[in-house]
Design a protein around this ligand. Sequence first.
Ligand SMILES: *Cc1c(COP(=O)(O)O)cnc(C)c1O
Ligand code: SF4
Length: 347
Amino acid sequence: MITPNHNPGHPNDWQSELKQAFRQPKALMDYLDIPIAAAHGIDLQPDFALLVPRGYADRIEHGNIHDPLLRQVLSLQSEKEQTPGFVVDPLKEGNAELGYGQTPGLLHKYQGRVLMITTPACAINCRYCFRRHFPYTDHKPKDQHIALETIAQNTSIREVILSGGDPLLMNDDGMAALIKSIDALAHVKRIRIHSRLPVVLPERVTTDLVATLANARCKITMVIHSNHPNELNAITQRALSCLRRIGVTLLNQSVLLNGINNDAQTLVKLSELLFEQGVLPYYLHMPDRVVGTAHFYLDDTDAQPIFETMREQLPGYLLPRLVRELPGGIAKTPVAFEQKQLLNFHS
Ligand SMILES: *Cc1c(COP(=O)(O)O)cnc(C)c1O
Ligand code: SF4
């Protein structure tokens, strides 16, 4: 039988692991045997702090400055460059006029589902993050009861999405209490947890967490976040198997990122490996135009050949939906390409 990762009697191992995460670019580079060369353009004192759990660092190839996992977490000087068109809040999530931002801790953009900002913290700081400038001070965890009251009063809400930051940074008791509060609202049928922790700190999937999810009234979905097949290993496999076994629906979202996963073979392999670990690909997001992330940016012309090749090589159920988010949109917007075959057929 597969059991969760932690040692019985030490339910907070993941918290001590998090305390030991790399927080200084120099310490991470030393660990990876990569010299701090000027040509690497590393920012040793980034505004958006470096944060990398050791277990994630162990999946980075030593000595390789171009490693696709390292590129996701290493602070670069180019983040401080201003690029026209790249702004702080491209999704205008802070804009109350677009219908969200009124209730602290809640983003209610789409019908029937509402997103709860549970905590501003993450276990890893992804350099491309679209919420890196998010006004978290407007959304405080202590205001959680206000968010819950708002959900209680709106019977059109069928699904509550726990997001952040990373909701699984709440401890087991906090998570149990929150799930219980949501379970108490009869009109809510589904709870979705958006978390990168099963990938970057799989030790977080503790016996207590698994028990909480197994006993929930609402159906539980977990949307994990992996961008590269090298992120998945035997430890993520174990954590994900524990969740699968209790009936949690496991989905993955990725971001298409220049220099990290912008080739079809990497993404095909990611889909296949996710499936082996019990996870279905859900979304492949086009990157947002966030200040400091221009070096990761790709446009539709770049994405098209990659996605076409994925469509050729993968069964439909392993093909993620390629989407982008537009401010004020009623849902994520599918990225549509001209159907070449169809045009040929008619000509
Ligand atoms: C992405 C997102 C959702 C979820 O959208 P789905 O298409 O249901 O996955 C919900 N609320 C907000 C604010 C979002 O950004
Ligand atoms: S885990 Fe998600 S929210 Fe946190 S830094 Fe990475 S992309 Fe952003």
